[in-house]
Design a protein around this ligand. Structure first.
Ligand code: SAH
Ligand code: SF4
Ligand code: F3S
Length: 449
C-alpha cells in the first residue's frame, strides 16, 4: 500500500512551485499526495520567513499536527522552505516533534534523507546551497499534472541585499537555470495542457545564463516561449526595477503573448528611503520605466509592493509614496508594515512607532484599494479575454483570469477549461469580476483597446 504525504505551503509562488516538485519527487519513494491531513504518513510544512512571526507560525502549525495525531501513529514531520533554512538545527532542538529540516536548495536530497529516517530514525537538518545539483535532479523528475496556468522557476536566490530582506540568506546567491532546461520544462508543461506560463525568480529579470559566449536573458526566454504552439500567455514575477533592461521592455513591442501587466515592486516613493533600503535606484528611474512601457502600449498596467514604516520614514517620505500612487495609479498592489528580520542590516536600525506605521498602512491601503476598485469598475459592460482555469465545485460556474490577473467568475460548461473565452463583465468588486460568457467565438472587435 502506498504511503501518503500532506503538504502545506506558505509564502510566495516559488514555494508553491517547490511544493509541487517535492510532491512529484516523493512519488519515486512511494508517497502519494493527500488532501486529508488525518490520513497522512508524512507531513511537510513549506515555510516562509519574509515577515514577522514566521517562526512562531511554524511551531503553531506543528502543534496542530501533534494534536491531530494525538491518538494515532505520528507522521514523519518535515519542515522545508525559508524558515527551515534560517533556523536549521534550532528547530530540531526546540520542537522534538519535527523529524527533518530541509532548506530550499537541498530538495534533491529529500528522498534519500526520508529513506534514511525510515530505516534508522535519523533526525537530520540539510541546509546546503546546492542550487545547480537541485535543478539537475528535479529536472529529471517527470510531472504529468495538467494545469492551465503553471509556474516555472527560471532563477533563484538574490545578490541584491536590500537592507530589510531575508531572501538572500534563505535562498542563497543568484542562480539562473540553463536556457534549454527551462524550454524543455515549458514544453512538458504545454504537453500536459498548460496554456499560461508564469516564469518565477526572486529577481526574475536578473536572469542571465551564459553558454558558448552568448548571454541569454529573460527577454530571450520570453521570445522563445512565444514560439511554442500551445502557450497563449506569458507572465514573469518578481522583477526588480534595476533589471528592467531595454531588451526586456522591448519584448512588449513584439510579443503577442506577454501579458500587459507588470508587477514591479518599488517599496517606497521616497528616494531617501530607497537609499536607506539599499534598493539602488531612484523613483525617477522607476517612473521612466513606467512611461516607456505606457508609450509602447497604454493598456499596460502596473502593480507594486510597498513597505510602510521603514526605519527613518518621515511624514514627507510617506507623502511621497502616496503621491507616487496617485501618479501611477497601480491597479493591484501589496503593502506591508516593515518587519525587522533577524540578521538583516535594517534590523539594527531604530524602528518607528507601531501606531504611526499602522495609521500609514491604513491610508496607503485605502488609496491602493480605491484605484483597484476603480480599474475593476472600468471593465463593467465590456468584453474581456478570460483564460478559463477551473470549475467552481458544485456551482456550474467557471473561474478564470483576465490579462491583468483579475479573478473572473461566470457561468459556463467545464469543457471550456483551458480556453480563452470572451466574457461580458456585469458586476465587479475589489477582487473579482463577474460576468456572462459571450456565445460568439470571435468578438475581437469588442476588445477593450
Ligand atoms: N524580490 C522582490 C521581492 C521579494 S519579497 C523585490 O525585490 O521586490 C516580497 C515582498 O515582501 C517585497 O516586495 C516587500 O514589499 C515585502 N517584504 C520583504 N521583506 C520585508 C520586511 N522585512 N518587512 C516587510 N515587508 C517585507
Ligand atoms: Fe529581497 Fe531585495 Fe533581493 Fe528582492 S531584491 S529578494 S527585496 S534582497
Ligand atoms: Fe517567503 Fe522565502 Fe518566498 S521567505 S516570500 S518563501 S523566498
Amino acid at each position: 500500500m502506498s504511503k501518503k504525504v500532506f503538504v502545506k505551503t506558505f509564502g510566495c509562488q516559488m514555494n508553491v512551485y517547490d511544493s509541487d516538485k517535492i510532491t512529484d519527487a516523493l512519488k519515486i519513494i512511494g508517497y502519494k499526495k493527500t488532501e486529508n491531513l488525518n490520513s497522512a504518513d508524512c507531513f511537510i510544512l513549506n515555510t516562509c520567513h519574509i515577515r514577522d512571526k514566521a517562526k512562531e507560525k511554524v511551531y503553531h502549525e506543528i502543534g496542530r499536527v501533534r494534536e491531530t495525531f494525538l491518538n494515532k501513529r505520528k507522521p514523519l514531520v518535515i519542515v522545508a522552505g525559508c524558515v527551515a533554512q534560517a533556523e536549521n538545527t534550532e528547530m530540531l532542538k526546540r520542537e522534538p516533534y519535527i523529524d527533518l529540516v530541509i532548506g530550499p536548495q537541498s530538495y534533491h536530497k529529500l528522498n534519500e534523507t526520508i529513506l534514511k529516517f525510515e530505516k534508522n530514525k535519523f533526525k537530520n537538518e540539510i541546509t546546503d546551497f546546492d542550487t545547480l545539483e537541485k535543478f539537475n535532479y528535479l529536472d529529471k523528475i517527470k510531472n504529468k499534472k495538467s494545469k492551465v496556468s503553471s509556474f516555472l522557476t527560471i532563477q533563484e536566490g538574490c545578490d541584491k541585499f536590500c537592507h530589510f530582506c531575508v531572501v538572500p540568506y534563505t535562498r542563497g546567491p543568484e542562480y539562473s537555470r540553463p536556457f534549454d532546461q527551462i524550454l524543455n520544462e515549458a514544453n512538458v508543461l504545454v504537453q500536459n495542457g498548460s496554456k499560461e506560463i508564469i516564469l518565477l525568480g526572486q529577481n526574475v529579470n536578473a536572469y542571465s545564463y551564459q553558454e558558448f559566449n552568448k548571454e541569454y536573458r529573460l527577454s530571450d526566454l520570453i521570445m522563445s516561449l512565444e514560439k511554442i504552439d500551445g502557450i497563449e500567455r506569458i507572465r514573469y514575477t518578481t522583477s526588480h526595477p534595476r533589471d528592467m533592461t531595454k531588451d526586456l521592455l522591448d519584448c512588449y513591442k513584439v510579443s503577442k503573448k506577454l501579458m500587459p501587466f507588470v508587477h514591479l515592486p518599488i517599496q517606497s516613493g521616497s528616494d531617501k528611503i530607497l537609499k536607506l533600503m539599499n534598493r539602488k535606484h531612484k523613483v525617477e528611474e522607476y517612473i521612466n520605466t513606467y512611461n516607456y512601457l505606457k508609450g509602447v502600449n497604454d493598456r499596460i498596467e502596473f502593480s507594486s509592493d510597498f513597505i510602510i514604516g521603514y526605519p527613518g520614514e518621515e511624514t514627507k517620505d510617506f507623502e511621497n509614496t502616496i503621491k507616487l500612487i496617485d501618479k501611477l495609479k497601480f491597479i493591484n498592489s501589496y503593502s506591508f508594515i516593515y518587519s525587522a528580520r533577524p540578521g538583516t542590516t535594517a534590523s539594527k536600525l531604530e524602528p518607528i512607532k507601531d501606531e504611526i506605521s499602522k495609521g500609514r498602512l491604513k491610508i496607503v491601503q485605502e488609496k491602493l484599494f480605491g484605484y483597484q476598485k476603480l480599474k475593476n469598475k472600468s471593465f463593467e459592460n465590456k468584453f474581456i479575454d478570460v483564460l478559463v482555469e477551473n470549475e467552481i465545485q458544485g456551482q456550474n460556474k467557471l473561474f478564470g483570469r483576465n490579462e491583468y490577473m483579475n479573478s473572473v467568475i461566470f457561468e459556463g460548461n467545464k469543457n471550456l477549461i483551458g480556453n480563452i473565452v470572451q466574457v461580458k463583465v456585469t458586476k465587479t468588486n475589489q477582487n473579482t469580476l463577474f460576468g456572462e460568457l459571450h456565445k460568439k467565438k470571435d468578438l475581437r472587435q469588442h476588445k477593450i483597446e
